[in-house]
Design a protein around this ligand. Structure first.
Ligand code: 13P
Length: 250
């Protein structure tokens, strides 16, 4: 089954207004040279500039997403934003359960699942992140940790249209280290088979790899079976670094 890849940039807590706008404008210009780039391109900027970035990308082949949302629609949750607010600002996707949120904000699988469901209920596509720590990998627990996260963090109404799964080994994020292609292929095949046990259209779910993806390693990683795109941190901040990663899917 051929699945349209998704190349997503997660800007995390980086960038200030004018510089972010300049990088996004450069990316949009690059992408506009193609009628169809052959993949979906997504940038997830800090929530504060989502609306502005949506304006900059209107009518282009670059989409904008959130990095997180609250599990509730509205209410007394100081400092949080809801999926509905992201949708209202023009976002189309929302990352949930990134390892930095699981660590910094003690988010459990149950919380991640509720957030994914909130994102979907608001009309967004949820990008649910899973990944093992170095300790878990070294003690041979990778596949069981991933299975547990997949089983317990995915929304109960999961479909290939409303959910993307991103495999991001915690030890590969921002470190310059990546698993071997064989290791990535093994985990992705494992996720696909876990998905098959809970849904009928598992083959259509996009499985992204994330963790130190850059121009020099993207082609090899993106070509692996069951890898349907990437979730890119550091190398998504500058259009000149991100574009070669997008190009691997063109
Ligand atoms: P890096 O690409 O900087 O390793 O970050 C990956 C990531 O966490 C994307 O969500």
């Amino acid at each position: 089954m051929s699945v349209r890849p998704l190349i997503a940039g997660n800007w995390k807590m980086n960038g200030l207004g004018s510089e972010s706008a300049a990088q996004l404008t450069d990316l949009v210009e690059q992408a506009s040279e193609y009628k169809d780039v052959g993949c979906d391109i997504l940038i997830c900027p800090p929530a504060l500039i989502v609306r502005e970035m949506v304006t900059l990308t209107k009518g282009t082949n670059v989409q904008i997403g959130g990095q997180d949302c609250h599990m509730n629609v509205s209410g007394a949750h100081t400092g949080d934003i809801s999926a509905e607010m992201l949708k209202d600002a023009g976002a189309t996707y929302c990352i949930v359960g990134h390892s930095e949120r699981r660590t910094d904000h003690l988010e459990t699988n149950e919380v991640v699942k509720a957030k994914a469901e909130a994102a979907i209920a608001a009309g967004l596509i949820a990008i649910v992140c899973v990944g093992e720590t170095l300790e878990e990998r070294e003690s041979g627990k990778t596949l069981s940790v991933i299975s547990n996260q997949v089983k317990n963090s995915l929304p109960s109404d999961v479909t290939a249209q409303n959910t993307v799964v991103a495999y991001e080994p915690v030890w590969a994020i921002g470190t310059g280290k990546t698993p071997t292609p064989d290791d990535v292929a093994e985990v992705h095949a494992h996720i696909r088979s876990d998905l098959k046990s809970v849904m009928s259209d598992a083959d259509g779910v996009r499985l992204l790899y994330g963790g130190s993806v850059k121009g020099s390693n993207a082609a090899e990683l993106m070509a692996l079976e069951h890898v349907n795109g990437g979730l890119v941190g550091g190398a998504s901040l500058k259009a000149g670094d991100f574009w070669p990663i997008v190009e691997t899917s063109i």
